[in-house]
Design a binder for this molecule. Structure first.
Ligand code: GLP
Length: 246
């Protein structure tokens, strides 16, 4: 079941998301968190760091699993998701390095997928944070990814490459064309899912996710079949909801 929380702006998305995150981490200090990259969760991550510093909320027993990673960028590249997560979250918290899992795209990719699935199978994610692509992708599960997929290698769609070019000097040729991503069934295995989105360019994807037919063409539409999903969006991302399509 999807519960939609509509708020005014990005700051309020971060505050609401933090409230939910904080409750999970304080109720269960050894919880497992599923984490996402992209601009949508950055405000949440800032509040987690602020709270850790000011109030001492500890993540020392928390285990984390990230959704995805580019193929073809070394870990040390500033736009690798490994770098993103350390820069925007882990450097400000006390999560133990050995409890951090980010898919690796180094070496044999089939082996990396198998290992990630094995690690996920040993942990149930208590709270999965998600963003959404403008084409409805979650993680890097692009349209037409089977709902029963597990961690796999994907060819990124043209629209995703264009969307992400902003992180690569707006130069499409610099954007990796492949990624390793947790599959949709890995995401659906989480106890609770929290999807964050803001801005007009997410409005159609949000509408299709919440009100559309559950179809592999819109990966996020499968969330309708999960028992506990909360979608926190600003007014712009909510602007196509509950209106007749023009
Ligand atoms: C990338 C990530 C997704 C993320 C999406 C949206 O494609 N792989 O996990 O949800 O970007 O990013 P943003 O939050 O910047 O709009």
């Amino acid at each position: 079941m999807i519960r939609v929380i509509r708020v005014k702006n990005k700051q309020e998305i971060a505050e609401k998301a933090f409230e939910i995150m904080h409750q999970i981490v304080t109720n269960k200090p050894d919880c497992t968190l599923g984490l996402a990259t992209g601009s949508s969760p950055i405000g949440l991550y800032e509040l987690m760091i602020k709270d850790h510093k000011e109030n001492g909320t500890s993540y020392k027993d928390v285990t984390t699993f990230n959704l995805d990673e580019y193929v073809g960028l070394p870990k040390s590249h500033p736009e690798s998701y490994f770098s993103f997560m350390h820069r925007n979250l882990f450097s400000g918290l006390d999560v133990r390095e050995e409890n951090i899992h980010i898919p690796s795209s180094e070496g044999d990719l089939e082996d990396r997928c198998r290992e990630y699935n094995e690690a996920l199978a040993e942990n149930v994610i208590d709270l999965q944070v998600l963003g959404i692509g403008s084409n409805g992708h979650i993680g890097f599960n692009e349209p037409d990814t089977p709902f029963d997929s597990v961690t796999h290698i994907v060819d990124l769609k043209e629209s995703t490459i264009k969307d992400n070019a902003r992180f690569f000097d707006n130069d499409i040729s610099k954007v990796p064309t492949q990624a390793i991503t947790m599959g949709i069934s890995n995401v659906m295995a989480a106890r609770k899912i929290m999807l964050l989105a803001n801005g007009e360019n997410k409005a159609n994807a949000i509408r299709a996710t919440v009100m559309g037919v559950v179809d592999e063409k819109v990966p996020a539409s499968i969330l309708q079949e999960h028992p506990d999903v909360v979608i926190i969006i600003d007014e712009e991302a909510a602007s196509s909801l509950y209106k007749e399509k023009r």
